[in-house]
Design a protein. Structure first.
Lengths: 110, 116
């Protein structure tokens, strides 16, 4: 099956700092989503981004499908950004079944 | 718009007991998924439904796990008998999923299962 690798696995930031999270995947995909899992376990959709660039407030994401990677940018981080960030992908003709990466665990300190 | 609903939120059982989880997807969503998330890992897909039919259950441990989606709306996931390694969060997700389009999956809050 498809392999999804996220880096770094753990990240500690001071409030106000910027960061870049990376997601590499091993095959062509027609779906890529970024999620934030908050400390209560809820998975929150951040971006649906199989290709291109999107921005939503302090967050932005870029997927380069031909090179099989996606980046999530967090600017001016806040303590509420803490949690686990997951990248998930689905293969073409795979019924939109998502395969998740291992996640990046982010802690933002005040 | 109401999100994906799941119940119960927490469940503690002893090994060899049975347990059932319930999911109500977003209204109008044809596709429903069940995922298992073990502590420290990303969610893993167990089963996918399209309306009331199973699309893929290749990763469902069918000797002990079963799932159904009668009438193409609500779904239940059952474990019988439970093992210690079934301790995990069980997540339900749904998407519009009509006409073969690729679109966003939305997740419920999950059910945290502890097997003692």
């Amino acid at each position: 099956g498809i392999q999804v690798e996220q880096s770094p696995p753990d990240l500690i930031l001071q409030e106000g700092a910027n960061s870049t999270l990376r997601c590499n995947f091993s095959d062509s995909v027609n779906n890529l989503q970024w999620f934030h899992q908050n400390p209560w376990g809820q998975l929150i959709n951040l971006f649906y981004i199989p290709s291109g660039t999107k921005q939503n407030g302090r967050l932005s994401a870029t997927t380069v499908a031909t090179e099989r990677y996606s980046l999530l940018y967090i600017s001016s981080s806040q303590t509420t950004d803490s949690g686990v960030y997951f990248c998930a992908v689905a293969l073409y003709n795979a019924g939109n079944m998502l395969t998740f990466g291992g996640g990046t665990r982010l802690m933002v300190k005040p | 718009e109401a999100g994906v609903a799941q119940s119960p939120r927490y469940k503690i059982i002893e090994k060899r007991q049975s347990v059932a989880f319930w999911c109500n997807p977003i209204s109008g969503h044809a596709t429903l998924y069940w995922y298992q998330q073990i502590l420290g890992q990303g969610p893993k897909l167990l089963i996918q439904f399209q309306n009331n039919g199973v699309v893929d259950d290749s990763q469902l441990p069918k000797d002990r796990f079963s799932a159904e989606r009668l009438k193409g709306v609500d779904s239940t996931l059952k474990i019988q008998p439970a093992k210690l390694e079934d301790s995990a969060v069980y997540l339900c997700a749904s998407r519009v999923g009509r006409g073969g389009r690729v679109d966003t999956q939305y997740f419920g809050p999950g059910t945290r299962l502890t097997v003692l």
